[in-house]
Design a binder for this molecule. Structure first.
Ligand SMILES: Cc1cc2nc3c(=O)[nH]c(=O)nc-3n(C[C@H](O)[C@H](O)[C@H](O)COP(=O)(O)OP(=O)(O)OC[C@H]3O[C@@H](n4cnc5c(N)ncnc54)[C@H](O)[C@@H]3O)c2cc1C
Length: 418
């Protein structure tokens, strides 16, 4: 099989790169093993929440310019502040083109509310999710936090505890539906995706609206766990119009409905542009000729090679097995690319879970065009995008989605330019 570009990994980075290349007219394939980090997403895309020393960032574009001076090996610094500022304009359009409606401003972080009720800086949030301009000010004074009876991946009490610190009056409501009884028989089935399937049915959504109308009085707004709209994309508008009251969604523990929807929307957009998506297949080996990757082989296609002018490594970090840790080194398993890591294992992590963990910045070494290095030499037609790149702390710096999106656009631009 021959393509212009083959992308390995179908998470946020792989999909974004594929969409951009397909838009540019390339014949493009994505080979992806399985679920990606976006299936666990909060419904928000982070750009830059803090500088490496912990200083909070209000204006992400300005923060990225600052990074160029203080963290030259950060992926944003390699891409360049000017390019990043341009990509920050392009991303919302790209997401909307796939049907993912987002709001946010790259010159001003807003706050998303976590499943524990805490405010966290972010860049873009999918429409319908509760956000705030200030960490200590929410758009209501009295709120009713509603949950599905027996759903354990959402914690109204914790959320209320945080909201009460802001002077917000909280009460609780719950709802049920006979169609939930089937999945309730097995507690491990009471998960967000199964519940969302129940409320994708019009009659059940109507019944939910009826329950919410009952709970709405005496509150300025209703908070719901993100359990609606797995397939239909008008569920929240439907409820809002039927209930006639502000309704906001909060993310649940995984699996994440907004994440699954975003993944499906990006995949659909890629395919609509003519891209070929090989889901459930994994790249197991590669052959190089001189300083170029000639072909790759996958588990499902055996000795039938995927050949291309360009290849993109978008296999993610440890979470997606794009990086693997042995007792003494960090390995990139497909190409054996050079990786950045601390030489002594005791430096890899601290025992305090919430501290800045060194291993999170480990990753694949690249040149300034994000081309992969192997044994110190550049592989001319192999690029790396996304969470597998070295040099950043996605959690502490709040930059996970931004690095995946911008590196993907940068790689696509470099490939198209070539
Ligand atoms: C649990 C979790 C939740 C997160 N939530 C958020 C959030 O809410 N907001 C935010 O801004 N950031 C979040 N992040 C940060 C996250 O890293 C990025 O947002 C981004 O989604 C990462 O995308 P990616 O495409 O780079 O990597 P991944 O999403 O990890 O995708 C890599 C893909 O490559 C595939 N793959 C791996 N090896 C192979 C192979 N050999 N062959 C074929 N396919 C392969 C995997 O199956 C996977 O589909 C989260 C990270 C994690 C781990």
């Amino acid at each position: 099989m021959k393509f212009d570009t083959v992308i390995i990994g179908g998470g946020l980075a792989g999909m974004t790169c594929g969409i951009r290349l397909a838009e540019a007219g390339q014949r493009c394939a994505i080979v992806s093993q399985g679920q990606s980090a976006i299936h666990f997403s909060s419904g928000s895309f982070d750009l830059l929440g803090s500088l490496p020393d912990g200083t909070p960032v209000a204006d992400p574009v300005a923060g990225i310019a600052e990074l160029e001076k203080i963290a030259p090996s950060h992926p944003y610094s390699r891409i360049g502040a000017e390019c990043c500022a341009r990509y920050a304009q392009e991303v919302p359009e790209l997401l909307r083109g796939a049907g993912i409606r987002v709001a946010g401003d790259s010159r001003r972080n807003h706050f998303r509310i976590t499943p524990m009720g805490k405010a966290k800086r972010t860049w873009l949030t999918i429409d319908g999710y509760l956000t705030a301009e200030e960490a200590d000010r929410l758009p209501f004074k009295k709120v009713c936090i509603v949950n599905v009876e027996g759903f354990l991946d959402f914690y109204p009490e914790f959320i209320a505890e945080e909201f009460r610190k802001l002077g917000i009056e909280c009460r609780f409501g719950s709802f049920n539906h006979p169609d939930l009884e089937q999945i309730r028989k097995n507690p491990s089935e009471m998960r967000s995706a199964n519940i969302a399937r129940v409320f994708d049915r019009e009659a059940n959504l109507e019944a939910l609206a009826e329950e919410l109308r009952r709970l709405a009085p005496e509150s300025d707004a209703l908070i719901l766990p993100a359990l609606i709209g797995l397939v239909r994309n008008d569920s929240l508008e439907f409820l809002r119009s039927r209930v006639g009251h502000p309704i906001y969604l909060l993310p649940t523990l995984p699996p994440s409905i907004p994440g699954i929807r975003a993944q499906q929307a990006l995949q659909h957009r890629f395919r609509a542009l003519g891209g070929e998506y090989f889901l459930g297949d994994s790249v197991v080996s590669a052959e190089t000729e001189g300083s170029r990757v000639a072909r790759i082989f996958t588990a499902n296609h055996g000795n039938i090679p995927f050949e291309a002018k360009h290849f993109v490594l978008a296999t993610g970090s440890f979470f997606s097995k794009g990086l693997q840790a042995t007792p003494d080194r960090i390995v990139e398993p497909v190409f054996g690319a050079d990786t950045e890591f601390a030489p002594t294992r005791s430096e890899w992590y601290t025992l305090r879970f919430f501290d800045r963990q060194a291993y999170q910045a480990f990753g694949v070494k690249t040149d300034s065009s994000l081309r992969v290095l192997k044994e110190g030499q550049v592989l001319e037609n192999l690029y790396c995008a996304g969470a597998g790149l070295a040099g950043f702390h996605p959690v502490q710096e709040g930059c996970g989605a931004g690095v995946s999106l911008f590196s993907a656009l940068h790689v696509a631009e470099n490939i198209s330019g070539n």
